[in-house]
Write a protein that binds this ligand. Structure first.
Ligand code: PLP
Length: 389
């Protein structure tokens, strides 16, 4: 080990994180198809991916991806405003716009960058961005990067939101997850939209976990709740979750997308998404639209897990989505439970601070249409068994 002062400082911090059960490690996995993964030579059922519809190894998407590599090459070769923007990107943008019922779409490399791009393009130093306390980190980081005054309200609490709205100065941008990634619950979208309309304030919604899963043909949480462009002028969706591929998009009016092309630095100053991924995204969109059976299977599994959990007296968070967190409390307990489940053949990562507030560490169980009901049954048995230890 080296012995300079930076490393000594870093090592002390790492040791402290370990002591606090907050030390993070990556698991090195070998995917084995469907929900199965191999880790250290053992096969485990993955209950913590965001592949909600089980599309990441769908044959139609894979074959579109493979032939697109032959046609377009492996990379995009430049940023979108130079020469990285291809017919594949344009075609996917057009189809996604139609899918979510918006004038236009801007295809971004990741949801993280899409959210940074929205916040920094629509708000600046004299403005205010208002956010739910439990919003995804990318929404928080976007607000910070924009230099706007960031105000946060109590989770899903309209009273607390109205208070922040009343005190806000400058142009106001409200940003919210639709479905919260660590709790799986839904934002009070209709009420947020109503308050924003009354105040001529822009509402932006990040539907990373809803697109593909919620609404008719998977068109998302906004469509499911009857909210349109006037209610929510800015919509972000991602392709790395239910779509089983990679990438993200911002949807809205012609003027919005045009503005982002001029201003969004996380779009302008980065290599464009590889075109083959755009083709894979298009194939995924086709599969998503036709995936009613997978969405139904997912709903059945959600019901099965919650009902089984209720019978066992397990402390599931109130969520109707594929994200089904089990509240545990302290970080060490979450870690222990995760390790016990792993020994029984299940991969469920513990979620600890700072991702979630202290004292609310949890197992974030996520369901996928690639799970069978027997997988959920065995997971419930395992949870019951771990509790007795
Ligand atoms: C996953 C996620 C993102 C980030 O999307 P990536 O494409 O993975 O960068 C953004 N917002 C929310 C709510 C998410 O869950």
């Amino acid at each position: 080990m080296t012995d300079n002062s930076l490393d000594r400082l870093l090592q002390a911090r790492l040791d402290q994180a370990r002591q606090d059960s907050l030390y993070r490690t990556r698991r090195t996995l070998l995917p084995q198809g469907g929900p199965l993964v191999s880790m250290n030579g053992r096969s485990l059922i993955n209950f913590c991916s965001n592949d909600y519809l089980g599309l990441k190894d769908h044959p139609e998407i894979l074959s579109a991806f493979k032939s697109a590599i032959d046609e377009y090459g492996a990379g995009s070769g430049a940023s979108s405003l130079v020469t990285g923007y291809t017919t594949a990107h344009a075609a996917l943008e057009e189809e996604l716009a139609d899918f979510v019922g918006r004038e236009r779409v801007l295809l971004c490399s990741t949801g993280y960058m899409a959210n940074l791009g929205v916040a920094t393009s629509l708000a600046g130093r004299d403005d205010t961005i208002i956010e739910d306390r439990l919003n995804h980190a990318s929404l928080i980081d976007g607000a910070r990067l924009s230099g706007a005054n960031l105000k946060r309200y109590q989770h899903a609490d309209i009273g607390s939101f109205k208070q922040q709205l009343k005190q806000a100065t400058g142009d106001v941008l409200v940003m919210s997850d639709s479905l919260f990634s660590m709790d799986g619950d839904e934002a009070p979208l209709a009420e947020l939209a109503e308050q924003c309309r009354l105040r001529f304030t822009t509402l932006m919604v990040d539907d990373a976990h809803g697109i593909g899963v919620m609404g008719p043909k998977g068109s998302g949480t906004l469509v499911a709740r009857g909210l349109d462009t006037t209610d929510v002028p800015v919509l972000v969706g991602t392709l790395g979750k239910a779509f089983g591929t990679f990438g993200a998009f911002i949807a809205g009016s012609d003027a919005l997308i045009d503005t982002l092309v001029q201003r969004a630095r996380t779009y302008i100053y980065t290599t464009a998404l590889p075109p083959a991924l755009a083709v894979a995204g298009r194939a995924a969109l086709g599969v998503v639209r036709a995936a009613d059976e997978r969405r139904e299977q997912l709903q059945n599994l959600i019901h099965q897990l919650r009902e089984g959990g209720r019978q066992l007296g397990l402390n599931f968070v109130d969520s109707q989505t594929p994200i089904q967190p089990l509240q545990v409390g302290e970080a060490q307990q979450a870690l222990n439970l995760s390790n016990s489940l792993e020994a029984l053949g299940f991969l469920v990562t513990p979620i600890r601070p700072p991702t979630v507030p202290a004292g609310t560490s949890r197992l974030r169980i996520t369901l996928s249409a690639s799970h069978g009901s027997e997988d959920v049954e065995r997971l419930l048995e395992a949870l019951d068994q771990c509790r007795e230890n």
